[in-house]
Write a protein that binds this ligand. Structure first.
Ligand code: ADP
Ligand code: MG
Length: 252
């Protein structure tokens, strides 16, 4: 397999010795430098698939490739942004941002000045010595994003990263993600259960069925554009995806 980006090749993921198989024979390609949004009913295997790609769960069948080689969290840089921000509670904001680069790269003056630039741009510089519990959820998620982008990961996996945030903070943090991503086009798989978020942040959108299969893959003309939300075409696409998810969820 030589193509660049993330390539999921006929992957099956099971729990409990094969008794539960939330992901069955899925194939998926995310070309390098693009964002794919994945949406599907609760329990459709989205988190399982992300953990499979991250190397946390081992596929029962199939292979996962990143930039032409079998994906390896040891050899490659994989950023993971979970819903609960994934910060270490006993480390400061600054230390949390540096975790990835400490493991993967050497810490030098360039990295430190880049980190300061990130913290400044993301409005978290003044909190650099605080602990995660001493800052808000939106700020914690900015820390998590700063970590992934400072690492300049080969792949970024995001599991409903903004769903714990209130509506206004969520929109702000979506914009933070998008502005970071536009400068550093990390190959990204973005899981969400929010159709509008998928339409804002996914260049392509994949809808998963209840059985952990791909129900539909769509090109998204509304990527990165909030103004188009008032267009009829946007409403149509939003309704179409909602119907697909409802249908997928009721087939249980
Ligand atoms: P989603 O993220 O789409 O909501 P998950 O991937 O979390 O779905 O879960 C898919 C299915 O796998 C669910 O039925 C869930 O109960 C099951 N599952 C998830 N994690 C485990 C686990 N560690 N052990 C056993 N079953 C699990
Ligand atoms: Mg999940």
């Amino acid at each position: 397999m030589t193509s660049d980006g993330i390539f999921v090749d006929r992957v099956t993921l099971s729990y409990d010795g094969g008794q539960v198989t939330p992901v069955e024979n899925i194939s998926l390609a995310i070309p390098k430098g693009t964002v794919l949004a994945m949406i599907g009913p609760s329990g459709s295997g989205k988190s399982t698939l992300l953990r499979g790609i991250a190397g946390i769960e081992k596929p029962a069948k199939g292979d996962i490739f990143l930039n032409g080689e079998k994906i390896s969290p040891k050899r490659q840089k994989i950023g993971f942004v979970p819903q609960n921000y994934g910060l270490l509670p006993w480390k400061s904001v600054e230390e949390n941002i540096l975790i990835g680069v400490r493991i993967k790269d050497s810490l030098n003056g360039d990295v430190l000045s880049k980190m300061n630039e990130f913290m400044e741009n993301l409005g978290i510089l003044e909190f650099r010595h605080r602990f995660p519990k001493e800052i808000s959820g939106g700020q914690q998620q900015r820390v998590s994003l700063a970590r992934a982008f400072l690492l300049n990961a080969d792949a970024l996996l995001m599991d409903e990263p903004f769903s714990a945030l209130d509506a206004i903070t969520r929109e702000e943090t979506q914009d933070v993600f998008l502005s970071l991503w536009k400068k550093q086009k990390i190959t990204t798989l973005f899981v969400t259960h929010d159709v509008e978020e998928a339409l804002y942040l996914g260049q392509r959108i994949v809808v998963l069925s209840n059985e952990g299969k791909i129900l539909r893959e769509l090109d998204n003309p509304f990527f990165g554009n909030r103004e188009d939300k008032l267009q009829e075409e946007f409403f149509k696409m939003r309704s179409k995806i909602r119907e697909l998810i409802q249908k997928a969820g009721s087939d249980k």
